[in-house]
Design a protein around this ligand. Structure first.
Ligand SMILES: Cc1ncc(COP(=O)(O)O)c(C=O)c1O
Length: 386
């Protein structure tokens, strides 16, 4: 029995391995077995595990100052805020720093309420925004045992502008969307849909909150996925890859968003250690053009899977290195079989295998990955039996 099984308050069904070390896109367990990591800590390790640039920044900062609450100014935090504003779409001019994706969503919902004086939110079916009570209220799944959640949240089908318009009313504060639904099956938004949503938000004075927690920081080939859509949200939430694995979240706000002075906060939010890690991470993404790498590598993986014409595969959806392989059968047994071939992959709904490898995955690792992937999927018949 693992120590975690004995003492952890388990919320995740676990895979039967103990991960102890990582380097780039590789992970090792306590037996020394090597895995190609297509989970990336669920979309976190975009710059690779144990990235030396990020590790050095953390080590250096840890010897200078680890904590500094938001009631004081801090040098590193200031530099990071400036950097975030400079790399996000032009309308976003300020950032609030927190510690995770769900916290970023909580803040986004509060900021939207303060700004508009309204309490209604519309989000998408299959959307995922986090598991704390506010973020969960905007999330389509995982809510049944926790009702009643926040009132005023409605759900509409993703990529259906007519249905979205039908749900708007005088109390709508904001529309909350992912650009690529990650947990919901790797489903990219249509550009025309997103542009129409932006337009209707402007016409009706409704805020657009884009959740780029999973898509941000070059995962989809651009620094932020909304760049593909050529739109700018009023609020953008970020986390996951932002600080190379050190917990951090950020809420980017346009000038339309009212100040929340004295109305929100976070003890750890924007701590110098996480800020130093984020600065190193963003610098690495820029210097190594990880967005271009995600575009090229994502296309390679997709082409290889498409070319294999696997009978069990219904559809491949992909934007950069966010890849969803929709099967005509349950994904879970295939993911387990991949683990036996030393590939770590994620589910995204019952029938989708999700691949979120570090953007630094090498071409040689991609070769090994796609060969094992195709071999493994081919071994399944449509009944689901091997
Ligand atoms: C799109 C999206 N939003 C929010 C979250 C919540 O982030 P966290 O787990 O850091 O709270 C996630 C996590 O998977 C996510 O994918």
């Amino acid at each position: 029995m693992y120590l975690e099984q004995r003492y952890g308050f388990e919320v995740y069904p676990k895979r039967d391995i103990v991960i102890v070390r990582g380097e780039g896109a590789l992970l090792w367990d306590d037996q020394g077995t090597e895995f190609i990591d297509c989970a990336s800590g669920i979309g976190v390790a975009s710059v690779g595990h144990a990235n030396p640039v990020v590790a050095k920044a953390i080590a250096d900062q840890s010897q200078v100052l680890i904590t500094c609450p938001g009631i004081f100014y801090n040098d590193v935090r200031g530099v990071l805020l400036e950097k975030l504003v400079s790399i996000t779409p032009p309308g976003l001019s300020r950032a609030f720093l927190c510690n995770s994706g769900t916290e970023a969503m909580e803040a986004a919902l509060k900021f939207a309420r303060i700004t508009t004086g309204k309490t209604g939110f519309i989000s998408a079916m299959r959307g995922f925004h986090g598991r704390t009570m506010g973020a969960l209220s905007a999330t389509y799944k995982y809510r049944d045992d926790f009702e009643p959640l926040l009132p005023g949240h409605k759900f509409v089908p993703f990529n259906n502008f007519k249905k979205l318009c039908g749900a708007l009313d005088d109390d709508t504060a904001a529309i909350v969307l992912e650009v690529v639904q990650g947990e919901g099956g790797v489903r990219p938004a249509d550009k025309s849909y997103m542009q129409s949503v932006r337009r209707v938000c402007d016409e009706k004075n409704i805020l657009l909150i884009l959740d780029e927690v999973q898509t941000g920081f070059a995962r989809t080939g651009r620094m932020f996925a909304c760049e593909h859509m050529e739109i700018c949200p009023d609020i953008m939430t970020l986390a996951k890859a932002i600080a190379g694995g050190v917990p951090m979240g950020a809420v980017m706000c346009s000038n339309r968003i009212s100040s929340s002075l004295g109305k929100h906060g976070s003890t750890f939010g924007g701590n110098p250690l996480a800020c130093a890690a984020a600065l190193a991470t963003i610098g690495y993404i820029e210097e190594h053009k990880l967005g271009d790498q995600a575009t090229e590598k994502g296309r390679m993986i997709r082409e290889y899977i498409d070319a294999a014409s696997l009978p069990c595969v219904r559809e491949v959806r992909q934007m950069g290195l966010s890849i969803g392989i929709e099967l005509k059968m349950k994904a879970r047994p295939v993911i387990e079989a991949l683990l036996e071939k030393n590939i770590l992959a994620l589910p995204a709904g019952p029938t989708v295998i999700r691949l979120l490898p570090p953007l630094v995955i090498t071409h040689d690792q991609i070769d090994r990955l796609v060969r094992r992937l195709v071999e493994t999927i081919s071994a399944f018949r449509l009944s689901g039996d091997k």
